[in-house]
Design a protein around this ligand. Structure first.
Ligand SMILES: Cc1cc2nc3c(=O)[nH]c(=O)nc-3n(C[C@H](O)[C@H](O)[C@H](O)COP(=O)(O)OP(=O)(O)OC[C@H]3O[C@@H](n4cnc5c(N)ncnc54)[C@H](O)[C@@H]3O)c2cc1C
Length: 436
């Protein structure tokens, strides 16, 4: 018999981060269109209004314009108190050189948010949380919240969710537990979580000199650093580092180097601190009869816009569930092709980040890029190829595939070649100037 969702069916969503909340919001919208009534329960033990790691899904908190457009299609309006900063520029630091990338298209808004209630050592009342906002929206539209940690999920005729408080048999299980905790699926599911890398992050008070609408990006601060970012968020900045074998003391050294500690009276300046995992691959066997994984637990865009991926993966999965069915076959045809597309796009991302890494290490390539970007500053958006490529890589605002092929166009290569022939002038000697 075909596995279809019907009125009265019970959906259990494990994990109330962005992927879980978006799954509930998409389900509510799809079920309304299909004229069926579902009972939706989200299992999430955390209270996202708490400051520090207890209430936080540990992330830099940049929302891409792709995600902001997605919120609109679900009739969600981001409250102003959730928005910590509007980002209009990236200051790209390469050793002693610096270039400032202005937002190439003002229509593509980018903002920063706190996932939880802000830093652990907050000085003012806790910040408004993005994850709490999403979860509350899902609840206000009909989803139930069970503040329970799921210990195990077994498969009988239907999936059974086990918590300390009880066992819940559901008609459809949505697994949205991310990659920072053990997936509670029993071995019968054969699920394998995505490959991950470790990042280090912390929060500091916003230094007086740091523009509140500018993200700082750093590439060659120390050996092994893939990239580092300083992201303004209200009265704080978030520091996120990705690299080989990073530990929390890497943040300390980085903060000292960029004068972040000077703004506090405490010795280190650190207000929080964690070393979360970021997904860098796709999971295996992440769907089956009556169950599907979404968000980081399935696949996400490489390094950027993970929250946007949570929106899209859960959208594809829930549309498939309501419109086509909830069998292994249905998810395999309606949902998995989207995940594979993300994975293919990430291969272009890997390539772009490798090429960029090579550029950062090679003086003549740095000169070519720097000059190309400087030359583009006076051009209209449609002609800003290198600004668009770098902006897309830094913000996750455009598919890596598009950016790669843009880089390969004759116009782009020609402007790099022209850049090679110009001596490098560092017009942006003061990284904190905002009038450039
Ligand atoms: C350092 C860092 C910086 C990042 N910066 C950005 C950024 O700037 N922008 C961006 O878009 N993305 C960023 N990401 C990626 C982003 O954090 C993830 O892609 C996103 O959080 C994925 O959402 P999710 O809902 O799948 O998982 P999560 O956000 O991890 O949510 C999983 C939820 O499941 C719950 N859970 C886990 N286990 C259980 C259980 N057994 N029972 C019940 N509940 C459970 C957890 O409590 C949690 O609430 C960053 C990641 C890292 C590590």
């Amino acid at each position: 018999m075909a596995l279809k969702l019907r009125t009265g069916d019970h959906i259990g969503i494990v994990g109330g981060g962005p992927a879980g909340s978006f799954a509930a919001l998409h389900l509510v919208a799809e079920a309304r269109r299909a004229h069926i009534e579902l009972k939706i329960d989200i299992f999430e033990p955390r209270d996202f209004t708490h400051p520090g790691p207890a209430g936080c899904n540990r992330c830099a908190g940049i929302l891409s314009s792709r995600l902001l457009r997605g919120l609109g299609t679900l009739d969600l309006e981001l409250p102003t108190d959730v928005i910590q900063a509007e980002i209009h520029a990236y200051a790209v630091h390469l050793g002693t050189e610096l270039f400032r990338l202005e937002q190439p298209d003002p229509q593509r808004r980018i903002v920063s948010v706190y996932r939880g209630g802000g830093p652990r050592l907050h000085e003012a009342p806790p910040c408004a949380s993005f994850d709490a906002f999403l979860l509350n929206q899902a609840i206000s539209r009909g989803a139930g919240l069970l503040r329970q940690r799921v210990r195990d999920i077994t498969m009988a005729e239907r999936p059974v969710i086990h918590t300390r408080e009880g066992a819940y048999a559901v008609d459809l299980l949505v697994m949205a537990t991310g990659v920072n905790s053990h997936a509670p699926l029993s071995p019968a599911f054969h699920y394998q979580s995505p490959k991950t890398a470790v990042m280090a992050q912390d929060e500091f008070l916003l230094p007086e000199h740091w523009p509140h609408d500018q993200v700082g990006s750093f590439f060659d601060d120390f050996p092994g650093l893939t990239f580092g970012a300083i992201i303004p968020k209200g009265r704080y900045v978030n520091v996120s580092l990705l690299g080989e074998g990073l530990r929390l003391d890497a943040i300390e050294a980085f903060a000292e180097r960029h004068d972040l500690t000077l703004s506090l009276e405490s010795t280190s300046g650190s207000l929080c601190g964690c070393t979360p995992r970021i997904a860098v691959g796709m999971g295996h066997d992440f769907w089956g009869d009556r169950w599907v994984a979404v968000g980081d637990a399935a696949v996400t865009r490489l390094y950027k816009d993970g929250i946007g991926s949570a929106y899209h993966t859960s959208g594809y999965a829930m549309r498939t569930a309501v419109r086509h069915g909830i069998s292994h076959h249905d998810f395999g045809r309606g949902y998995v092709p989207y995940c594979r597309k993300v994975q293919r796009d990430n291969r272009y991302g890997h390539l772009l980040f490798r090429m960029w890494h090579l550029t950062t290490l090679t003086p003549f390539l740095r000169r070519a890029w720097g000059n190309a970007i400087r030359t583009e500053s006076a051009l209209p958006f449609s002609k800003k190829m290198h600004v668009r490529i770098l902006w897309g890589m830094l913000t996750g605002d455009e598919a890596y595939r598009n950016l790669f092929w843009l880089l390969m166009t004759p116009g782009s290569i020609l402007s790099l070649l022209k850049g090679l022939n110009h001596p490098w002038k560092n017009h942006y000697a003061d990284p904190y100037r905002t009038d450039l």
